[in-house]
Write a protein that binds this ligand. Structure first.
Ligand code: ADQ
Length: 477
């Protein structure tokens, strides 16, 4: 790697995964995902760099280059993975920011490790950024980095984006380290959220906790202004739209339906196996529809794909057991020879297979109890140029703000979920097309490129010049 960069991403993980070839040599492959796709062109244009953990504990690696990106591995020990990542990030902040749907753990050692690891990321960024560089810090694992980095390098332009919801003051208040976290974020020039509600929760918190005044999107510190704003993240619509037009994917979608026994309705859930995603709630609703006889035997198959996630965290182990028990019960009660109503896969899939599944599904069921955005909902919409297909979507997913033509549900209300799942299955083709057309227009316009470029434009333009125009552009969408 040569020299310092004028554009830097700082994220918990590097955008690459290591694969071991049959002959034992290791190579790096770009990880799938919208963030890297959206940012890659900017990286290439600006000689960008990305600082993040490379995924293996207790290993120090030198910076290396991949796909035109300079990658700066930040090392973590096994103990740090446990306390900073699985602990403070995923057992404290994750549940607290998601409406406390599981009890957060407040542990001082976890906090100390979180602080120390954030310091390491800030140092790595400070070393890699050239004078006046733009640095974009990602997500809840690194909320202290903006202030730490500003202390080291006041010349930088620093942005932060939170991918998960920002909670209301009443919940955030419980955090023993609430002041440190808020001051950490205020080190940024621009703090981005998925929804306007997250941004306003943050502004209110700053006033109540630190006595800071704000007006519109801007929070006033003694010597500078911090802009807070919503930038709803999205997917690579164009890429998905052309992928599902590929004859191979279309053939695979047909084949999937045949493999499922050609039922009248294929319902689909695709999630990381996480307690915020409401997987149990949707399976309960589907099981009751079978039990009540409102779905005829053999009429519908529910395919639930649950990507393994955070498997060493206690809550996640319990969740896996609960879901697998529930699937077993429903199938035990309603299966017949050659018909299994719930098909459950605890596996990851590649891009193409996932696209074929989206295309094969008549009803996509997305029922999180709380979700920052939910890209699965937008991916499903991007895959249905046929205008067939219905989206059942939780009101508590960020995506519900934009996808108003989905069958919106309160996932805590099992009758509501049942009703909307049935309505989606019974809708006329004309009704489905009407809803799908509007949702597709929205996702096509506000795709992930637009998300990244709007954030970066806002970050690179001084606050007072643009705040009014920017908020107007989001509202008008
Ligand atoms: P996540 O909680 O991970 O993201 P989501 O937005 O749905 O949730 O993204 C999941 C991604 O993983 C999707 O792109 C999906 O295609 C992929 N995926 C899921 N299951 C898979 C499987 N079995 N095999 C392969 N791929 C699979 C967090 C926040 C969200 C926010 C995103 C982006 O919790 O609210 O939308 O970040 O900001």
């Amino acid at each position: 790697m040569t020299g310092r960069s004028s554009f830097l991403i700082v994220a918990n993980r590097l955008p690459v995964d290591r694969t071991i070839e049959p002959d034992g040599t290791a190579s790096w492959r770009r990880s799938p995902g919208g963030l890297v796709t959206a940012i890659a062109p900017v990286m290439q244009r600006r000689h960008g760099a990305w600082a993040g953990w490379h995924g293996a504990p207790n290993e120090k690696l030198a910076p290396f280059e991949q796909d035109g990106m300079n990658l700066i591995p930040v090392p973590l020990s096994g103990r740090e993975v446990e306390l900073y990542y699985e602990g403070f990030s995923n057992a404290t902040l994750w549940p607290l920011y998601h409406d406390v749907v599981a009890p957060p753990i407040f542990d001082r050692e976890m906090w100390e490790t979180y602080r120390a690891v954030n310091e390491r990321f800030a140092n790595a960024a400070a070393d890699a950024a050239e004078k006046g560089a733009v640095v974009w810090v990602q997500d809840y694992q690194l909320q202290l980095v903006p202030a730490m980095l500003r202390r080291l390098r006041p010349d930088l332009r620093i942005g932060f984006f939170l991918h998960i919801p920002f909670p209301p003051t009443e919940l955030f208040w419980r955090l023993p380290w609430r002041k440190d976290l808020v001051e950490g974020l205020l080190g940024a020039d621009l703090v981005g959220f998925q929804l306007p509600g997250g941004a306003s929760n943050f502004r209110r918190l700053c006033r109540r906790l630190l006595g800071l005044p704000y007006k519109g999107n801007e929070i006033f510190l003694d010597d500078r202004v911090v802009t807070t704003q919503a930038f709803p993240i999205s997917v690579d619509f164009g890429q998905l739209d052309s992928l599902v037009r590929d004859p191979q994917i279309m053939a695979r979608a047909k084949e999937i339906r045949v493999e499922l026994g050609d039922p009248e309705h294929v319902l689909l859930g695709v999630d990381r196996l996480d307690y915020t995603k409401g997987i149990g709630q949707r399976l309960e609703a589907f099981g009751e529809l079978l039990k009540d006889g409102r779905l005829a035997p053999n009429e519908a198959v529910f395919v639930q794909i649950a990507t393994p996630s955070r498997e060493r965290v206690e809550e996640y182990k319990r969740l896996r057991d609960d879901i697998e028990l529930q699937v077993g019960r429903i199938n035990g009660e309603h299966a017949q020879l050659g018909y299994q109503p719930v098909q459950y896969f605890h596996q990851s899939y590649d891009h193409a297979e996932l696209a074929a599944l989206y295309l094969a599904a008549d009803v996509m069921v997305v029922t999180p109890l709380r979700d920052g955005m939910n890209l699965v909902a937008k991916e499903y919409v991007s895959c249905h140029h046929d205008l067939h297909g219905a989206l059942v979507l939780s009101e508590f997913a960020g995506a519900a703000d934009e996808l108003r033509q989905a069958y919106l549900v309160n996932p805590y209300d099992v009758e509501d979920v049942k009703r909307q799942m049935l309505a989606a299955m019974r809708a006329t083709p004309h009704e489905l097309a009407r809803r799908m057309r509007t949702m597709r227009r929205r996702v096509a316009t506000y795709d992930v490129d637009r998300w990244a470029s709007e954030f970066l434009n806002a970050l690179e333009t001084p606050a007072s010049q643009t705040s009014t125009r920017r908020s107007a552009s989001w509202r008008s969408g």
